[in-house]
Design a protein around this ligand. Structure first.
Ligand SMILES: *Cc1c(COP(=O)(O)O)cnc(C)c1O
Length: 397
């Protein structure tokens, strides 16, 4: 997945443009810029590539989720439904606004189970936030229907699946709002950065102002701008945007490389009857950033991970034992360990985590292994890796 594997002259050239005129900030300094507006250019390129009316760049993927929620008016005491399998950023971004993350089970797509989502809806629910983990997606048709029935917003986190499509449309462009990350390990990187995607003009205007202190961005005198509402600073810099711009132009190339490498490994693993693959919802096409498969049980998965390590097969994970991506090890969330006092609403809203169990998620995450698909492998290396993986799995079964 990581675009940093293939940095080159295109990234260097875009960065050099910014250094040459010295304007590292995305707003203002019109005279000095020499025509270079990297953040604006990247926003336009994202709009075209990801087929949305509006893209707002921000400082990170985590900020993108917070800004997306804020721009839709979600805040204190509101509930947002999210999956048990994601990155810690999901609940952080929700809690930053005083809203309450409601965690629900994933299914064999490794994303939100629509049935678990329906069961979790209350009068406080404002949004459903599927996280398209490891290059594939949630069942967006079903989730959209649930949103329409209950008058909820659909907010996609496609940080790990930029380049994947659902019914021919890019992920992130389908919900009311989409969020993506351009951090260092994502398929296209800006070093740090993120984007909010939407077709909703009002949400876009909110995101544009909110991510820059609430400045209204009217006219060409920044100091004279007024503030229709309170904001914050989640700006991206021109340096980051420049790298992101070069990387976005290479998205199709990256997806094509991943698809080729993924296909070789998948075909090899398909020979093993005990191996089954993650379900991709009908109409979905993965970004091929990861190959995710299931083994018969948790014990086997753990042994296979061990065998992979012993045989030099890196970048494969069983997330059941992972501190970053799965509810089981999020004790800091369950025990509400914060540096500052939380509101009574959030404390009360999160009490369910003291006792709630997630058996269905345990079932799927326990049996799953997800392997990163790298861009820099040669065909020979991929074939050798595939053979080693097959041998290691068979040695455990
Ligand atoms: C990386 C990631 C984020 C956060 O992005 P940052 O840019 O690192 O803040 C959010 N959600 C998911 C699923 C991610 O993988």
């Amino acid at each position: 997945m990581p675009g940093f594997e293939l940095f080159g002259n295109t990234e260097r050239k875009e960065l050099q443009d910014v250094l040459d005129n010295g304007v590292l900030m995305r707003y203002g300094f019109d005279g000095m810029r020499n025509g270079h507006w990297k953040a604006k250019e990247l926003e336009q390129a994202l709009e075209e590539k990801l087929q949305v009316n509006h893209a707002q760049l921000v400082s990170s993927g985590t900020a993108a989720v917070s800004v997306a929620l804020a721009s839709a008016g979600i805040g204190a005491g509101d509930e947002v439904i999210m999956p048990t399998f994601t990155f810690v950023a999901s609940f952080e971004a929700i809690m930053m606004l005083g809203a309450i993350p409601i965690l629900v089970d994933v299914d064999d797509t490794l994303t939100l189970d629509p049935k678990a989502v329906t069961e979790a809806i209350t009068t406080k629910t404002k949004a459903i936030m599927p996280v398209h983990m490891c290059g594939s997606m949630a069942n967006l048709n079903t989730l959209q229907t649930i949103c329409h029935e209950h008058d909820l917003l659909l907010i996609e986190d496609s940080s790990q699946a930029t380049g994947a499509t659902y019914n021919g449309k890019p992920l992130g462009s389908i919900g009311d709002l989409g969020c993506l990350s351009l951090d260092f390990v994502k398929i296209i990187t800006a070093g740090e950065g993120g984007a909010v995607l939407t077709n909703n003009e009002k949400f876009y205007r909110h995101a544009d102002h909110y991510s820059d202190h609430g400045h209204d961005h009217i006219g060409s005198d920044r100091g004279a701008e007024t503030h229709p509402f309170l904001g914050y600073n989640f700006r991206i810099s021109e340096l980051h945007a420049a790298v992101g711009l070069a990387q976005l132009r290479r998205l199709d190339e990256f997806v094509a490389i991943q698809k080729k490498n993924y296909a070789i490994i998948r075909e090899a693993l398909s020979q093993i009857p005990e191996v089954t693959f993650r379900r991709v919802p009908e109409g979905g096409e993965e970004s091929y950033s990861f190959l995710s498969f299931f083994l018969p049980d948790l014990e086997t998965s753990r042994k296979v991970i061990q065998a992979f390590k012993e045989n030099g097969i890196d970048a494969c994970w069983n997330y059941y034992d992972n501190n970053w991506h799965y509810i089981r090890k999020w004790d800091h969330l369950k025990e509400l360990k914060t540096l500052y006092p939380l509101s009574a609403e959030v404390k009360e809203g999160l009490q369910y985590l003291e006792t709630k169990t997630f058996k269905q998620s345990d079932h799927y995450i326990g049996r799953n292994i997800s392997c990163l698909i790298k861009l820099s492998w040669t065909e020979e290396e991929v074939k050798e890796r595939a053979n080693k993986m097959v041998k290691a799995i068979i040695s455990v079964l």
